[in-house]
Write a protein that binds this ligand. Structure first.
Ligand code: NAP
Length: 516
């Protein structure tokens, strides 16, 4: 009998115990930097001449690790291995499949500081963000294991005289799992574990900026004795071999989390039926966001300022759920903006592997650094800079909290996903206008409203069109099965990761009737 699922608890790094644990873990990881990791195809280690070097964004000359780099040939080999493994894995009992997840969760929980420390190195995640990412990974494994135990037995149907009827969920087949780099453990492991616990086999193509944490997760799957070929580890350039994975007639479904651009590309390509393909591919696509916090004239502005700063600048603004737009009633604008700038100014920015617990680290890579700075240039033309624009002399990709005021709702800063620590402030007057601005993008991922007026909150429940809506709290930090996560419109295919209908996306229902 399992204990009921409950999310892992975070630790407080201002306390000596957790602080020391993190320092020890950072030292351990430092002693393992620069190692090489092969592909895993059908349980075999495969090396390649080409490699991906994963670097520390705060110290770009430091190689965190080096992985073999799959091309199209290896992608096809991985799909073939997954296809072969499906024949046996799909027949393994659901509760037996679930046990692999429970064991993997136990392994990661025992080494949770170490997993967090890898993300501090590979992603420049501040300690608490890295720790939360590892907690979320454990949560997905624990929750999906229990969900499979619930969905594994025959499901209820209406009894009918003279027949024995049942409905059971069966797996789909070979799935391609393509995660982003920004939750390199939680989202990667969440999508992979959902696919495998439902009886599918997987080709896992991690993001090129974060392959090492994925390689570490593969080591865990081996430690818990997952059969060969169930998950095939296939890092490589998405631009070079992603289409081959998506287009293959062996591919039955694609689970993707990433940008709108790549998500829509996969959606289009997956719709085409290739010779030899006997199904319509399923796509589970979680995409970008342009998330707003709305603050009305009836809000507690101090609470709102705290929520805005945490949601805008946590993990350097590199969350799909990050607040990139503060939509504020002009009657509280000055009071709120003063508090937001005051709080943001106090955030410390630095290398979190330097054994200091900074509020913000570096952004993920040079391309992100240049893209975000490009948007800061645009912001200078579209609005008024209130905070930021301090270049650090460090070689790392550091961008301090940056805030622009007087941004128009149609400006690029108000419409395009920047994915960095840049906050656009947009004014309106009255709830109608504030909600129209908040809803006025092509995305619909997260949003929050601060108000102490019950009628306003009730209206927002219905009229604020986002997949994850928060009232009087920040718009980041969803917990598995507490706030099932996923957005509307161009934020994805309306799925809810970490929710009770998620695993069904990886299965199909089979109705069986025997005449008595
Ligand atoms: P991305 O550039 O779209 O990449 C995501 C993944 O797609 C990577 O593994 C990438 O591989 C791969 N890829 C690239 N080109 C491909 C192709 N032609 N075919 C197949 N795969 C391809 O996104 P990202 O920069 O990693 O992540 C940030 C984005 O993810 C943001 O837009 C953010 O909002 C979104 N996100 C959404 C959610 C959500 O739940 N809705 C959660 C987290 C993040 P390479 O790394 O090799 O290019």
């Amino acid at each position: 009998m399992l204990t009921p699922y409950r999310p892992e608890e975070y630790v407080d790094f201002s306390q000596p115990g957790p602080r020391q644990n993190m320092l020890d873990a950072l030292k351990l990881v430092e002693s393992q930097l620069g190692r090489s990791y092969p592909l895993r195809i059908g349980g075999k280690k495969v090396d390649t001449a080409a490699k991906i070097d994963s670097i520390n964004p705060a110290l770009p000359e430091q190689v965190v690790g080096r992985v073999a780099k799959a091309g199209i040939e290896e992608a096809h080999a991985a799909l073939a291995a997954a296809d072969e493994a499906f024949k046996t894995w799909s027949r393994v009992a659901p509760e037996a499949r679930a046990r692999y997840l429970l064991r993997a969760a136990a392994v990661i929980r025992r080494r949770i500081y170490e997993f967090a420390a890898w993300m501090v190195y590979e992603e420049s995640k501040p300690w608490i963000e890295a720790y939360a990412d590892a907690c979320e990974c454990v949560d997905f494994l624990e929750f999906y294991a229990r969900e499979m135990m619930r969905l594994g037995p025959p499901q209820p149907v209406t009894p009918y005289p003279g027949e024995e009827n049942e409905l059971r969920y069966i797996p789909l087949g070979v799935g391609v799992v393509i995660p982003p780099w920004n939750f390199p453990l939680a989202i990667m492991a969440g999508m992979t574990s959902a696919a495998l616990v439902t009886g599918n086999t997987v080709v896992l193509k991690p993001a090129s900026a974060s392959p090492i944490i994925a390689a570490k997760f593969m080591e865990v799957l081996e430690e818990v004795m997952l059969p060969p070929g169930v998950v095939n580890f296939c890092p490589g350039s998405g631009g070079a071999m992603g289409d081959a994975l998506v287009d293959s007639p062996r591919t039955r479904f694609i689970a993707f989390t990433g940008s709108r651009e790549i998500g829509t590309r996969i959606f289009e390509r997956a719709a085409k039926v290739h010779p030899g393909q006997t199904w319509l591919k399923r796509t589970i696509l979680e995409m970008g966001g342009k998330d707003s916090i709305v603050v009305t004239d009836k809000a507690d502005v101090a609470a709102a300022a705290e929520g805005v700063v945490a949601a805008a600048f946590g993990f350097q603004g590199q969350k799909c759920s990050a607040c990139s737009r503060l939509v504020v009633d002009e009657r509280v604008h000055n009071a709120l903006v003063t508090l937001v700038v005051e709080r943001a100014r106090k955030l410390t920015v630095g290398n979190p592997t330097s054994l200091e617990n900074f509020n913000m680290g570096a952004v993920i890579d040079k391309a992100a650094f240049e893209k975000i700075n490009g948007y800061i240039e645009i912001g200078r033309k579209e609005g008024r800079l209130l905070l930021g624009d301090v270049r650090t002399p460090s070689p790392g990709y550091f961008i301090p909290p940056t805030i622009f005021d007087d941004i128009k709702p149609t400006a690029r800063l108000a419409q395009e996903e920047i994915f960095g620590p840049v906050l656009a402030i947009i004014r309106g007057r009255g709830l109608d206008e504030l909600l129209a601005i908040a809803n006025g993008t092509e995305y619909g991922l997260t949003g929050a409203i601060y108000s102490n007026d019950r009628a306003e909150l009730e209206r927002a429940r219905h009229e604020f069109h986002v997949g994850n809506l928060y009232l009087n709290r920040k718009c980041t930090g969803a917990l598995v099965d507490v706030q099932p996560f996923g957005g509307f419109n161009m934020s994805g295919t309306d799925s809810k990761a970490g929710g009770r209908d998620y695993l069904q996306l990886f299965m199909q229902g089979k109705s069986i009737t025997e005449r008595l």
